[in-house]
Design a protein around this ligand. Sequence first.
Ligand SMILES: Cc1cc2nc3c(=O)[nH]c(=O)nc-3n(C[C@H](O)[C@H](O)[C@H](O)COP(=O)(O)OP(=O)(O)OC[C@H]3O[C@@H](n4cnc5c(N)ncnc54)[C@H](O)[C@@H]3O)c2cc1C
Length: 216
Amino acid sequence: MKEPRGYEYTTDLLVIGCGFSGMWAAMRARDFLDDVLVVDKGPRDWGGLGGLSGGDMIVKQPDMNLDDLLDDLVYYYDGLADQRLLSRILTQSYDRFMDFENWGHKFVRNDKGELCFIPQRALDYMRYYYYHPYGMGGIDKARLLKRECEKRGVRRLGRVVITDVITDGDRACGAVGFHAQSGMPVFIRARAVLLATNTGGWKPSYHQNTPAGEGV
Ligand SMILES: Cc1cc2nc3c(=O)[nH]c(=O)nc-3n(C[C@H](O)[C@H](O)[C@H](O)COP(=O)(O)OP(=O)(O)OC[C@H]3O[C@@H](n4cnc5c(N)ncnc54)[C@H](O)[C@@H]3O)c2cc1C
């Protein structure tokens, strides 16, 4: 009997990393592409670090000034902050916050219906909006992102360890790796490849944790 060569896939967009970033990117890409494939070396449904996280969310609420929040964040991250990137993230953060609320993820509010938050390092605008039960927000967000990916027909595969991206000149056109349980090689052809493997493991501002994200 002929031994199988490995697993082969073809897709319009290959997203490497099925954490919150990868899932958001895959979902959005499905608005424009017929086929989107997300692979992760972990179990298919673990949701990256987000699934382990508290899920507290930093949000630029409509009544906040972007620069005020940005100043707080630069201080919070000990100056190690890409301000242009952060501005773009914060500008979109309220829409993402509302996406979660519209999907049924309820951030905690007081009796008057006002959002509750946890101020960080006594800063005025650096606030964490949180979920009840506290600490379970990440699991719920991961569940919702997986659900939304499924609804949009995003293909997700777990236990695929990518070892290299294939290039054709300057263009990425696929990736290779192996299946973590069987050891079988995996070959993926793609019109585009997006790396969502994370650059930072945990918050550098916590000092004791290394910022050694696996994506590096
Ligand atoms: C305990 C904890 C609590 C946290 N609490 C909060 C919080 O309350 N609020 C908040 O905003 N943030 C919090 N964070 C941080 C937040 O969870 C992360 O910043 C965020 O989830 C990162 O998402 P990501 O998609 O960029 O990366 P990740 O979730 O790290 O996803 C990257 C994915 O890529 C995969 N991958 C990496 N290399 C490969 C490879 N070679 N082949 C295939 N797959 C690969 C990994 O398995 C992983 O699933 C917390 C983190 C932790 C650990």
